[in-house]
Design a protein around this ligand. Structure first.
Ligand code: NI
Length: 170
């Protein structure tokens, strides 16, 4: 299970809108790909990882926010938000911008529709951290980072931090 390099803020693959996954076409590679994504996410102590973060522009992400301290692994293939409600404004980070944190406004509650690792459709409503993770990972598939969601003045401050930290990133 190789731990892969995580792409970083500024790389083109993170700014590109990802293509829908053709489940039948990806099926032979999917188990190995998912093992690598879980291993990479765990090694980086993340709660989610999207395919562009391992250099692939396909609509695939994994999430495990460990509700109640227990693992709850979610595989999201071609995910979409079908409902969103409320607002939350919590601190957020990203494995593609390590060490950078900022408060980001998100919906408090979202319902997601996706396919799982077997290609089966599923839907789930998430609140709080899970709702945030759904929105954050789907943003990655649309070529957006959490920094792109910040008001202009906050973004300038955070980009100054990014500039300083960038030399420490691998
Ligand atoms: Ni991220």
């Amino acid at each position: 299970m190789p731990v892969l390099r995580i792409t970083k803020h500024g790389e083109k693959v993170l700014k590109t809108v990802s293509k829908p996954v053709d489940y039948q076409a990806i099926r032979p590679e999917l188990p190995g790909l998912l093992r690598s994504m879980w291993a990479t996410m765990r090694a980086a102590h993340g709660v989610g990882l999207a395919a562009p973060q391992i250099g692939l522009n396909i609509r695939l992400a994994v999430i495990d926010v460990r509700p109640g301290g227990k693992s709850q692994r979610l595989v999201l293939i071609n995910p979409e938000i079908v409902q969103a409600a409320g607002e939350q404004d919590e601190e957020e980070g990203c494995l593609s911008a390590p060490g950078v944190y900022a408060k980001v406004k998100r919906a408090a509650k979202v319902r997601v529709r996706a396919q799982d690792a077997r290609g089966e459709p599923w839907e789930m409503t998430g609140e709080g951290l899970l709702a945030r993770a759904f929105q954050h990972e789907i943003d990655h598939l649309d070529g957006k980072l959490f920094l792109d969601r910040l008001p202009f003045t906050d973004k300038l401050k955070v980009l100054a931090i990014v500039k300083d930290l960038r030399k420490t990133w691998s």
